[in-house]
Design a protein around this ligand. Structure first.
Ligand code: 5GP
Length: 113
C-alpha cells in the first residue's frame, strides 16, 4: 500500500501545526477544520485503520485516548467535545493511517451525517 500523507507528517517532511508529540504519537491541527477546534491524534506506528488493530495495540490505543483527553483539557474544551475515528470507505476515512479527530468549540449534532 502506498505511503500516506501522515507518514510524511510524522517524518516532518510536510509541515503541520503540532499540538503534542511523544515517542509513539503525534497530534496536529487538521488542515480542513470542521469545527473551531479540530485536532488529529495519530500513532507513529503505521496502522492503516481501526479494523486491523490487534491485542498488541491495546496499550497504544489507550495511550491515544489519554492524549485526546489531555489535549482537550489543554485547549480548553471544558464544555465537551467529540472524538471520531472514521474507519474504511463507509466510515468516511480518507487517509489510510489511523487517526482520532478531536472536534470542539461548537455544539455537535447527532446523528452525524
Ligand atoms: P478522515 O477523513 O480520513 O477521517 O480524516 C483525514 C483528515 O486528515 C481530514 O480531516 C483532512 O482534512 C486531514 N488532512 C489530510 N491531509 C492533511 C495534511 O496534509 N495536513 C493536515 N494538517 N491535515 C490533513
Amino acid at each position: 500500500m502506498s505511503e500516506t500523507v501522515f507518514a510524511k507528517i510524522i517524518r516532518k517532511e510536510i509541515p503541520v501545526d503540532i499540538v503534542y508529540e511523544d515517542d509513539v504519537s503525534l497530534a496536529f491541527k487538521d488542515i480542513n477544520p470542521q469545527a473551531p477546534v479540530h485536532i488529529l491524534v495519530i500513532p507513529k506506528k503505521s496502522i492503516t485503520k481501526l479494523e486491523i488493530v490487534t491485542e498488541e495495540d491495546i496499550t497504544l490505543l489507550g495511550h491515544l485516548l489519554l492524549i485526546v483527553k489531555k489535549i482537550a483539557q489543554e485547549v480548553g474544551l471544558d464544555n465537551g467535545y467529540r472524538v471520531v475515528i472514521n474507519n474504511g470507505n463507509d466510515g468516511g476515512q480518507t487517509v489510510n493511517h489511523l487517526h482520532l479527530h478531536i472536534l470542539g468549540k461548537r455544539k455537535m449534532t447527532w446523528p452525524p451525517g
